[in-house]
Design a protein around this ligand. Structure first.
Ligand SMILES: *Cc1c(COP(=O)(O)O)cnc(C)c1O
Length: 405
C-alpha cells in the first residue's frame, strides 16, 4: 500500500491505527507518546471528546454546502474567531499554503490600490510613481511559507527553489531576521507587504526578537507596506497565546493560520483588519471547500477549548517544563534548547534524523518527534499534553540521546 502513495515524504514504516490523548497505537499494539501531533495539528490530542462529538454531530447534519450559501456553523465560528482574535474579516481555505496565498493576493491588491491612488497606504503616503507598482513582498531568510509555487517563492530557503520547478513567480525578496541593517534598505515604495513567522518552524525553531520585529514592522509601514504574520504553525495557542504576534507586539494587519485550527480537520484561515479589511471584493478570491460546515464545526470545538480559562497558561507552563527538564539533564550532546510554549527546538550533536528514528523504534514505548534541520529536534506536542505524558516521552528521548553517538 505504502508503495502506491506518491513517494514524497520518506515516511517511516509504522502503521498507526488509533490515538487517545497524547498516545498513538500502531497495528502491532505498540504505544507511542506523540510529540508531533500531526505536525502541530492535533492540538487537542487524539479522540478529544468535544472534537469527536462536534465532528460526528455535524456529519449527520451537513458536511458541505459551498460558499454560494451560508451555514449556521460557519457564521457562529466566524463570530467566535473574530471576537477572540480582534480581527475584522476572515477568509477560509483548507491549508497553510492556501491561507498564505490568500494573504499574498490581498497584499498585492492592496499594493495595486495604493499605486492606483484608490486608497491611502499604511504611511498615508501618496501613490507610488506610475512606473513603479507596489507589489514586492519582503520575507525572512530561513522562512517557510508553503509548497505551492508562489508560497515556495515566499519561502526564504534556496533548497526550495530548484531549477526543476522553474519558472517561479516574481516579486519576493528576503531579509535576515533580527538584523537591523537589513531593515534600513529593505522597504521602499515598491513593497506592498512584509511577511514573517513569529517563530520560524521548518527553518529550525528560530525565535524572532520582539524589538526587532517591531522595528521591522514600523519600517515596513513607514514605507507604506502592510505586515503579515504567518501563524500557520505558531497560531491557535501553540506558543501560549492565541497568536504569537501578540507576544511580539507588532500588531499585523493580516494573520494566516492553519495547522491546529480545526484539530486535524483540514482548514486554513486568513484574518485581516484595518486598512485592508475591504480590499477583497466579491470574486477576488475563493475556495470550494473553504470554511465548510464540517471544518468549522471542528474549529468551533477547538476555539471553545482554547479560550477556556487556564488552557493557554497550561501551554506556556508545559513548554517551560519541557525546556527546563531537557536543560537539567546537562547532556553534553544537547547544544541548545529553545522555543515558545509547546513549539520547542533542541540542537544536538547527533543527526536529528537518527534520534528521530531511534525514538520511534524505542521499546517498549516509542516516541514521535519531528526535526527542523540536520541537527535540530522539533517538538510540537498536543497542547493538552500532561506532565505525565511529557515525562514519559522525555524519558525515551534521554535514553536515546545517551545511547546514540
Ligand atoms: C506548515 C506551514 C505552512 C504550510 O502549511 P500547509 O498546510 O502544509 O500548506 C506555511 N507556513 C508555515 C509557517 C508553516 O509552518
Amino acid at each position: 500500500m505504502a508503495g502506491v502513495i506518491a513517494n514524497n515524504y520518506g515516511s517511516f514504516p509504522v502503521v498507526f491505527v488509533k490515538g487517545k490523548g497524547c498516545t498513538l497505537t500502531d497495528v502491532m499494539g505498540k504505544k507511542y507518546i506523540d510529540f508531533v501531533s500531526g505536525i502541530g495539528v492535533n492540538c487537542l490530542g487524539h479522540a478529544h471528546p468535544a472534537l469527536v462529538k462536534a465532528v460526528a454531530k455535524q456529519a449527520k447534519k451537513e458536511i458541505h454546502i459551498s460558499n454560494y450559501y451560508n451555514s449556521d456553523v460557519a457564521l457562529n465560528y466566524v463570530e467566535k474567531m473574530l471576537a477572540a482574535s480582534g480581527y475584522e474579516r476572515i477568509f477560509f481555505g483548507n491549508s497553510g499554503a492556501e491561507a498564505n496565498e490568500a494573504a499574498i493576493k490581498l497584499a498585492r491588491k492592496y499594493g495595486w490600490l495604493v499605486s492606483e491612488g484608490q486608497i491611502a497606504s499604511t504611511s498615508g503616503a501618496p501613490a507610488a510613481k506610475a512606473d513603479k507598482k507596489r507589489n514586492v513582498i519582503v520575507t525572512l531568510e530561513k522562512s517557510f511559507h508553503g509548497r505551492t509555487i508562489t508560497t515556495l517563492m515566499a519561502t526564504g530557503q534556496d533548497k526550495f527553489h530548484p531549477d526543476c520547478f522553474a519558472p517561479f513567480p516574481e516579486g519576493f525578496k528576503t531579509i535576515r531576521a533580527n538584523n537591523y541593517d537589513d531593515i534600513k534598505t529593505a522597504f521602499d515604495d515598491t513593497v506592498c507587504a512584509f511577511m514573517l513567522e513569529c517563530v520560524q518552524g521548518e527553518g529550525g525553531v528560530n525565535l524572532v526578537d520582539a524589538e526587532w520585529a517591531k522595528s521591522a514592522a514600523d519600517a515596513a509601514r513607514k514605507a507604506g507596506a502592510i505586515v503579515i504574520a504567518d501563524e500557520v504553525q505558531t497560531g491557535m495557542g501553540r506558543t501560549g497565546t492565541l497568536f504569537a504576534s501578540e507576544q511580539l507586539g507588532f500588531d499585523p494587519e493580516v494573520i494566516t493560520t492553519a495547522k491546529g485550527i480545526a484539530g486535524g480537520v483540514p482548514m486554513g484561515a486568513c484574518l485581516f483588519k484595518g486598512i485592508v479589511k475591504d480590499v477583497f471584493v466579491s470574486g477576488d478570491h475563493q475556495s470550494t471547500f473553504g470554511g465548510n460546515p464540517l471544518a468549522t464545526a471542528a474549529a468551533t470545538a477547538v476555539i471553545t477549548e482554547l479560550t477556556k480559562p487556564g488552557f493557554l497558561e497550561h501551554v506556556t507552563e508545559t513548554g517551560e517544563y519541557i525546556r527546563q527538564t531537557v536543560k537539567g539533564w546537562n547532556l553534553p550532546c544537547v547544544k541548545d534548547v529553545r522555543g515558545k510554549g509547546l513549539m520547542i527546538g533542541i540542537d544536538i550533536e547527533q543527526s536529528a534524523g537518527a534520534i528521530q528514528k531511534n525514538c520511534l523504534e524505542a521499546e517498549p514505548l516509542g516516541l514521535c518527534i519531528s526535526t527542523a534541520g540536520p541537527n535540530t529536534l522539533r517538538f510540537l506536542p498536543p497542547l493538552v499534553l500532561t506532565k505525565k505524558d511529557a515525562d514519559a516521552g522525555l524519558a525515551v528521548l534521554k535514553k536515546v540521546l545517551e545511547s546514540v553517538k
